[in-house]
Design a protein around this ligand. Sequence first.
Ligand SMILES: Cc1cc2nc3c(=O)[nH]c(=O)nc-3n(C[C@H](O)[C@H](O)[C@H](O)COP(=O)(O)OP(=O)(O)OC[C@H]3O[C@@H](n4cnc5c(N)ncnc54)[C@H](O)[C@@H]3O)c2cc1C
Length: 384
Amino acid sequence: MSQQIVILGGGIIGLSISYELSSRGHQVTLIDANDFASQASWAGAGMLPPSNRETAVHPYEHLEALSNQVHREWAKRLLRETEIDNGYRQCGSLYLARSAGETASLIGAIHEWEDRQIENEPLDHNSLQQRFPMLAGAFANKSTGKAVFVPNAAQFHNPHHAQALLAACEKNGVRLLPNRQDTQVHAANQQIESVLTDQETIHGDQFVFAAGPWTEGLLNQFNVDLPMQPVRGQLALYRLNENAATAWSEAPLINEGSRYLVPRSSGHVLAGATIEEVGFDCQTTPAEVVDLRAWAESLSNELGPEHFVKAWAGLRPGTYDGFPYLGRLADFDNAIIATGHFKAGLQTSTGTAKVIADLAEDKTPEIDLTPFSPNRVGPASKHD
Ligand SMILES: Cc1cc2nc3c(=O)[nH]c(=O)nc-3n(C[C@H](O)[C@H](O)[C@H](O)COP(=O)(O)OP(=O)(O)OC[C@H]3O[C@@H](n4cnc5c(N)ncnc54)[C@H](O)[C@@H]3O)c2cc1C
């Protein structure tokens, strides 16, 4: 039976849930305080790390693997429905280690890939130079370092993906309400009753809270405490010259420790990212950008200072244990939480859409959501 579902927060999570629910025939209203997908969902890098559903054990591994599978399907479906290409491509991922510490942690990652039967291919210095000549700077000193290529990794252009989702939602009849500031949520008798925006009162059968790190503030309005931590990430953008752009257009994601390069088919390369707990401050800082650039420019001569374009930052929605909050809020009949995806919300947005739509329809989701319960942090209600 078709339901009226109100979703608060139109980042990648709220948009994906809107798309899934409206495709299943529900009447969806999507509200955002700003433009849709203008925060972390725009700022992020669009990497889709490898997974294997067959060997997945923990529900989080299932969520990653389901999400990767749905990404493959949605890229084609969104192109068909909206004519917007979201840039999805299985580009693989190259992992580099140039210090003893990084080498130790890469060896740990290799063990994990082996356990999960995720294909990985160690590369010696010569094969690295042959296959990825653009990384000439990476191993200037032949005697140190380790490199591994993992083919089962992909990327997509997240701003284009968000545009495609928005267009598909519009086609499906989703009521899209951007730039609604100061939203007030009214709850009584174990029910969310309505949402009051600066322009109207909106009623619904169910309410999904998907406002990234701002979800905590929304829930506080009706005395529910769900601790969240915004975690800033800064990125630098380079534009390659024409010759280099062709060579890089098929290049993999390149990782070293917490740093990475994401080569886009447009001839741009993203270099990321910092991990900083500085509250809701979304500015870039000169010191961190200099640091990121020094790292990126040490890997390739083609990323010289003259190719640097700009830097930006976004706020990842962090939780205390690193797992997202996905589930129904205890003590309320019609409140569903979908947030806290931290560093992997672009990847896990598609699987999240599936399991949240199942919950809204009172079906058992195909993934065990117990570790993601929003009630795991203790009694959700506070402020008597
Ligand atoms: C630098 C960086 C790189 C990243 N790279 C990757 C990556 O490669 N792969 C990956 O999987 N993930 C990546 N991420 C993480 C990913 O971007 C996030 O996990 C994801 O975007 C979170 O999506 P969201 O919809 O929950 O949050 P957001 O994108 O923050 O969206 C929340 C929305 O809620 C709205 N909102 C706020 N207050 C209200 C309110 N009161 N009412 C209604 N709406 C409200 C906001 O305007 C916003 O549009 C990266 C993040 C950063 C910062």
